[in-house]
Design a protein around this ligand. Structure first.
Ligand SMILES: [Zn+2]
Length: 302
């Protein structure tokens, strides 16, 4: 099978997430840049599929889903740091359908790249840190229930620990959660299968050495059928919410290291954008474009 990158994107104008709550502008900017600068044609762009209530219920608790469906202000929803409104909740819920599409495309084509998603702070029973719905867990549990998916590896390189994902999968031997993040930053840490908490101000060389060492250690113990790459670009030195010091080149090198590793072995990779908070959304989109570039390169050497 020829490995290709398939992209998932819906124009943000199609959903109402509300103004100024989360930098969704980067999604449309990135989709345009992928078309323009990487020459990707429309045949490789896909929309979001619809989720069922069963899909949500495989991951989230009944009480929390009830709060969400009524846009009820409660301790479980207030912690999102987002408006608790039907339009915002509904927007993120529909976007989770795009994560399912991306995971499906990864299994069929090699790489599924969701221009969205990566809401790793969402727990089974409550929201946190801009995340209502754990889109990645929903995608995985649907594919496990309906399509025979087994072992899954999370490689979460967002500057913030993937606490929601870690908590959801803490007891699951079929899911390996790895998070490399800034230790002295949000959130309160949960226990991943492997955590690498970095000191403030860590730059490219130390970061990449730690990442390589950890990926090699994981290879010795866990053989995944699907990798979920939570590719936040907030470890960048200019990020407003991050305290690491990676350069543009460091982020690109990180993406190359992760993607080439699994694509070369024929292991499907689903990519989710997660965080990225440069002062200028165009700069954030440029960093995410590097992830797409690394994905395209990984396919070419396949
Ligand atoms: Zn983050």
């Amino acid at each position: 099978m020829q490995t290709t990158v398939q992209y998932v994107h819906e124009p943000m104008a199609h959903i109402d997430i509300g103004p100024h709550v989360f930098p969704t502008e980067k999604y449309d900017l990135l989709a345009d840049a992928i078309r323009r600068e990487l020459g990707v044609d429309e045949a490789r762009f896909h929309g979001w599929e619809a989720l069922t209530s069963n899909d949500l219920a495989r991951v989230h608790t009944p009480q929390y889903l009830s709060d969400l469906s009524h846009a009820r202000i409660s301790p479980a929803t207030e912690s999102s740091e987002l408006p608790v409104t039907a339009s915002v909740i509904g927007g993120f819920q529909r976007m989770a359908g795009g994560s399912l599409t991306a995971a499906r495309l990864a299994r069929r084509h090699g790489i599924g790249f969701h221009i969205g998603g990566g809401f790793h702070h969402a727990f089974a029973d409550h929201a946190e840190g801009f995340c209502y719905i754990n889109d990645m867990a929903i995608a995985i549990e649907r594919l496990r229930a309906k399509d025979g998916l087994g072992r899954v590896l999370f490689v979460d390189v967002d500057v913030h620990q993937g606490n929601g994902t870690a908590a959801i999968y803490v007891e699951d031997p079929e899911t390996f959660t790895y998070s490399i993040h800034q230790e002295n930053n949000y959130p309160v840490k949960e226990r991943s299968d492997l955590d690498r908490g970095l000191e403030d101000g860590v730059g490219d060389d130390e970061y990449l050495a730690c990442l390589r060492e950890d990926l090699e250690a994981i290879d010795r113990t866990f053989e995944p059928e699907l990798v979920c790459y939570v590719a936040g670009v907030d470890p960048h030195r200019d990020d407003m919410l991050g305290g690491l010091a990676l350069t543009d080149d460091g982020i690109l090198e990180r993406d190359r290291m992760v993607l080439s590793r699994y694509v070369a072995r024929g292991i499907p990779v689903a990519i989710f954008l997660a965080g990225g908070y440069s002062p200028d959304p165009a700069q954030t989109a440029k960093l995410h474009l590097g992830t797409a570039r690394a994905a395209e390169e990984a396919c070419r050497v396949d």
